[in-house]
Design a protein around this ligand. Structure first.
Ligand code: FAD
Length: 411
């Protein structure tokens, strides 16, 4: 019977453990926290967006998205849902975004732990892995020795499921980077992804606390790359919210490589520029005594208005000719629909939900095994893959854990 040792009792580690044990392996999980699965409990604001049935578009981000899709194809979202249903979890599907029907991440973890226990998986907590080495036994068999502060664990195979340093959740660590360096595996440095962004300029304190439905477009070196729409949060240091998260990994990597990185915000995406210009002209005609800022009351949130109007806030528009007014309103409509912010970086790693970067996919075969170190597997965020918001990061954790667990058990 093959022995499998798993470094990290998070989403991908628990899936790998259950899969390997179901395939007949003896499985031990080493988890540094006092309990496994802490990050899983934080997912989806405690509701756990388990997976997503729609794998189209830019939902997986990696140097090699085709590789990532080929691994997900071995355990696709429908099978992930069936797996959890069979454990006893009722699920609901909201436009493809799948959640537990009870909206409790705690129950997802509880069901995984019940199954691991039923299968005899040993979970050793408060065990922090510091190193892994290979050796040949006297009979010429290869095995791995995994070190913690108190013990050295021998096993036929090892699965690295130690996640990334993203988020303030206890246990988030850069173990994957440290072990990759020690094992000479090619590694793309971790950078925050799904993270708020900091902007240049000194106006952000004025709009702080505003939430608005907006469209965000990422522009790198003048080229429009990607856009997303939804609730944007305007904060004292910059911008946040799901549309910003969706663009953030590309923005952060662009800045890291020295590119001019901006985001254009359209604060009224439901109107075309012409419709907005007409709306502004109509407002002027209905209330000619109102200043520029007062004219926008009822159209934009309070704290955004002075940022949009700037020095023209109190400007009296009464004395302008119709042509001048038309021009002014066109400029204002443009400003509201193309508000440009220059990105200067990401918020702290502790505010990121995931990291981009990780062990290069070129190091791995389709079973998540390191081609240069047979018997060593890598899963989840430790691999160069980060998903968009919507359940794609857990989809990857489940699918990569499944592929690794199944293959490791066969050795
Ligand atoms: C606030 C928040 C909300 C999120 N919401 C969602 C969501 O709704 N849907 C979604 O798809 N994704 C979501 N994610 C992302 C998702 O949680 C992760 O991508 C996923 O948990 C990664 O799984 P993993 O197994 O790679 O790592 P983890 O789940 O982080 O597990 C890694 C484990 O390894 C342990 N470990 C690390 N180093 C060592 C060591 N040296 N020795 C022993 N153990 C070690 C850690 O303590 C941890 O338990 C969210 C993340 C955050 C922070």
């Amino acid at each position: 019977m093959s022995s499998v040792l798993i470094v990290g009792g998070g989403a991908s580690g628990l899936m790998a453990a259950i899969t390997a044990a179901r395939c007949g392996a003896t499985v031990t999980v080493l988890e540094q926290n006092e309990k496994p699965g802490r990050k899983l409990l934080a997912t989806g604001n405690g509701k756990c967006n388990l997976t997503n049935l729609d794998l189209s578009g830019l939902c997986v981000r990696s140097e090699d998205p085709a590789f990532i899709h080929s691994v997900i194809a071995q355990f696709p979202p429908e099978e992930i849902v069936a797996f959890f249903n069979a454990l006893g979890l009722r699920t609901i599907d909201r436009d493809g975004w799948v959640y537990p029907a009870t909206e409790q991440a705690t129950q997802v973890l509880e069901l995984l732990l019940m199954e691991a226990e039923r299968l005899g998986v040993k979970i050793k907590t408060r065990e922090t892995v510091s190193g892994i080495r290979k050796e040949l036994t006297e009979t010429g068999k290869r095995r791995f020795l995994t070190q913690t502060a108190t013990w050295e664990y021998a096993s036929d195979t090892v699965i690295l499921a130690c996640g990334s340093p993203a988020s303030a959740v206890k246990g988030s660590s850069d173990t994957a980077a440290v072990l990759a360096e020690a094992l000479r595996l090619d590694f793309i440095p971790f950078l925050p992804a799904l993270v708020p962004l900091k902007i240049r300029g000194n106006f952000a304190s004025r709009w702080a606390g505003t939430r608005i439905h907006a469209k965000a477009m990422l522009v790198v070196d003048g080229e429009e790359l990607l856009e997303d729409e939804g609730e944007v949060q305007l904060t004292e240091y910059g911008i946040s919210g799901i549309p910003v998260f969706q663009l953030s990994r590309f923005a952060v990597r662009a800045i890291e490589t020295g590119h001019d990185t901006r985001i254009l915000l359209n604060f009224l995406p439901d109107l075309t520029e012409e419709e907005l210009t007409d709306e502004l002209m109509n407002r002027l005609q209905a209330h000619p005594d109102r200043s520029m800022a007062k004219m926008l009351v009822g159209l934009l949130p309070d704290r955004l208005i002075p940022v949009i109007t700037g020095e023209d806030s109190g400007r009296d528009l009464k004395n302008l000719s119709l042509m001048e007014l038309g021009q002014r309103m066109e400029e204002l409509a443009w400003h509201i629909t193309h508000f440009e912010v220059e990105i200067r970086g990401a918020a702290a790693l502790s505010q990121a939900q995931v990291c981009s970067g990780g062990i290069r996919t070129e190091e791995l075969n389709e079973h998540m095994e390191c081609q240069r170190i047979p018997g060593l597997y890598v899963t989840g965020e430790a691999v160069d893959m980060d998903g968009a918001c919507g359940g794609y990061n857990l989809t990857w954790a489940w699918a990569s854990g499944f592929a690794a667990g199944r293959d490791a058990a066969r050795r």
